[in-house]
Write a protein that binds this ligand. Structure first.
Ligand code: PMT
Length: 405
């Protein structure tokens, strides 16, 4: 199964004769399951029409920084946050120069400046332009900035000359793109993840729950798969499709979740508790629907609650415990309270999640977190707003870094 399934790729197309090949790049990425949106420079539109790429991608093509129409659909910052990867294919010499120097004078350069995820460029230009010292300096600068280079290739060029500068073949671009997501950081590791809410029954038709959608937990499962791990996902009720190659176990209540976790925990290397487990459940769940009182009206209804088991604390107490990572959903003093949970629940790492802001946290596509771990004196890192997928990939990198050898 492709590592590009459900990945969001922003395809940047710049001005050069190879721009016509971007249509094929787009199609092959889609064949691998990627969701592709296109941003074109003005020069690119001289070589291929936005309409072609719009029809193929199924999304409006973004052209201008200050285009009110497309900005209202998805603004440049949103586009930068949306993308799991920005792939510029083809990248002209001029575009690479502007990218290397940090220009923000059109839509594509601005998106690259605002990007928090990876960027890859597939250069395409005349062989003399590629060999030029200025271009080579820009290539070095781009590599130093962590930008990946796909190609260029050797061969006959559109101008009739032969040499290095052709756009890498499309299969090569797609393979390298997929390779960026397959990190291999957790190869051979077993990862157990909980996600979503739990539902605590009051009667057969009512329950106590919370706003967790499962998006952050499912993104972590996908990121762990990309990193080469064997992944078991124990999910409370959500409407999400589990990522490919994940063993999914669906549960309803905190008690169900605890049983499922404990039955899977043996030989687990890493446990990540993303689920928003209900802290309390009704003392009694009755078998028949509770009827509304006949009279008098406005009666007070009382439900006695009792604490649920603390699943992650139970995992952290095991003799042969996995590297245990918790999330702390807080609305105030977020990092302070998260640090307390790290200690109280005996975790190895905690992810502080501010859920007071509705644009991040529960049920949003984006998140902003602080990761805190044990050991180092300098043991905290803040990850600014990014898609939950990007955040998940960064968390997996940090876990792989901190995991005892
Ligand atoms: O699902 P999304 O819509 O994408 O939203 C993501 C999220 C906000 C749910 C997620 O990022 C998050 O913060 N999850 C933790 C929610 C939570 O229950 O936090 P907590 O501070 O109450 O719990 C701390 C830790 O203990 C968590 O790892 C939790 O899974 C665990 N816990 C809590 C209670 C309990 N009885 N058992 C547990 O294992």
């Amino acid at each position: 199964m492709s590592t590009l399934t459900n990945k969001r790729i922003l395809l940047g197309v710049t001005g050069g004769i190879a721009a016509y090949k971007s249509a094929e790049v787009l199609r092959r990425l889609q064949d691998q399951g990627a969701d592709v949106r296109v941003v074109m420079t003005r020069a690119a539109t001289e070589f291929i029409t936005p309409l072609t790429l719009q029809a193929l991608s199924g999304h409006p093509v973004h052209l201008d920084l200050l285009d009110t129409e497309t900005e209202s659909v998805m603004g440049h910052i949103e586009l930068a946050r949306w993308a799991d990867l920005i792939l510029i294919a083809p990248a002209s010499a001029n575009f690479m120069a502007r990218l290397a120097q940090g220009h923000g004078d059109d839509l594509l350069t601005t998106i690259c400046l605002a990007a928090l995820g990876p960027i890859a460029v597939a250069p395409a230009m005349n062989q003399g332009m590629w060999a030029n010292a200025a271009t080579q300096e820009n290539v070095t600068a781009l590599e130093q900035q962590g930008i990946k280079l796909f190609g260029p290739d050797q061969g006959l060029q559109a101008c009739g000359e032969t040499g290095l500068g052709r756009l890498l073949d499309i299969e090569g671009i797609v393979d390298l793109t997929a390779g960026l997501f397959a990190t291999g950081l957790l190869t051979g590791k077993k990862v157990l993840i909980t996600a979503g809410p739990t539902q605590e029954a009051i009667d057969p038709v009512r329950y106590i729950s919370n706003h967790s959608s499962g998006k952050q937990g499912y993104s972590l499962a996908a990121a762990a798969i990309d990193a080469g791990a064997e992944v078991v996902l124990i999910s409370g009720p959500t409407s999400l499709e589990p990522p490919d190659r994940v063993k999914i176990r669906r549960v309803i209540s905190a008690d169900d979740m605890q049983r499922a976790v404990m039955s899977e925990i043996a030989e687990c290397d890493i446990f990540i508790g993303v689920a928003a487990v209900a802290d309390f459940k009704p003392v009694q769940s009755v078998d028949q629907k509770i009827k509304k009182g006949e009279a008098p009206s406005n009666q007070v209804m009382r439900i006695d609650l009792i604490e649920n088991p603390d699943i992650i604390a139970g995992v952290a107490q095991l003799d042969s415990r996995p590297f245990t990572v918790g999330f702390a959903a807080e609305t105030e003093n977020v990092v302070t309270y998260a640090r307390r949970k790290l200690e109280k629940k005996n975790l190895d790492m905690v992810i502080a999640n501010d859920v007071s802001d509705q644009s991040i946290g529960f049920n949003s596509d984006e998140n902003r977190i602080t990761v805190i771990w044990r050991g180092d004196p300098d043991n905290e890192i803040q990850l600014p707003v990014a898609s939950k997928r990007n955040i998940a990939a960064r968390i997996i990198e940090l876990i792989a870094e901190k995991l005892p050898a």
